[in-house]
Ligand binder design. Sequence first.
Ligand code: MLT
Length: 271
Amino acid sequence: MKTSLEIDGARIAYVDTGSPRPGAATLLLVHGFPLSRAMWRSQVEGLASVCRIVAPDLRGYGESAPGDWPAADESPTLDRYADDLTVLADCLQADGPVVLVGFSMGGYIALNVERRCPDAFDALVLMDTRAIADDEAGRATRLKMAEHVHEWGAARIAELMRPNLFATATPEAVVRETVDVIASTDPAAIAASQRAMAARPDSTPLLGSIAKRTLVVVGEHDAISPPAEMRGIAEAIPGARFIEIAGAGHMAPVERPEAVNAALAEFAESL
Ligand code: MLT
């Protein structure tokens, strides 16, 4: 079912589906940058018999409207997206555990939720993401893109990002689908997210205090959040599980959906 929620002037569109047994887990799937819930198509289709699946478009992405965020005098932060997710989670009336599944930028947002509202979710999946903040060069690149994206256009961003997103063996049709989503993203959303990600703090010191069940998933060839770095995240979170997805790059849920779905289903059923 497609539905939406008004939050503070914005309209957050989301899919809410699945008819699993009472008490089954709900997976709240948070997409990466600059994507949309479309990236979770294979998870929505493949996991709906096991879990309840909720997949929003973040504010300004896909079918979600940003409201007046960010205001002209505001420096955007990931808090805004994190707060939208906690409001959404509150509205779900889930009768089982709610798992926050954050992919890449979605993972940065999940760590923000963990820092500020650790009781908002029962379990956590960090997928193809990072705990560290940007270095100076990374921050400068983001701010440059934020400043110029309106003149460059989203299609140029898609071409800039494409080489880092996929394993070399991933079929062109799969690559094309993601590139098309990026190319259709509102430049204002790209600018807001880049500024928010540039401002995010280092979450490494938080990892040791995460007290909920956590799964860490990464593509074998992820060039943005490499497996060695993600293994370190898993080792820093008490009791976390680590799964590497063979043959996938950064876009593991799109490139190797069966393996990612198996990891998510096993985790959800273990809760
Ligand atoms: C993403 O996939 O969300 C981005 O690659 C994250 C980033 O830009 O750091």
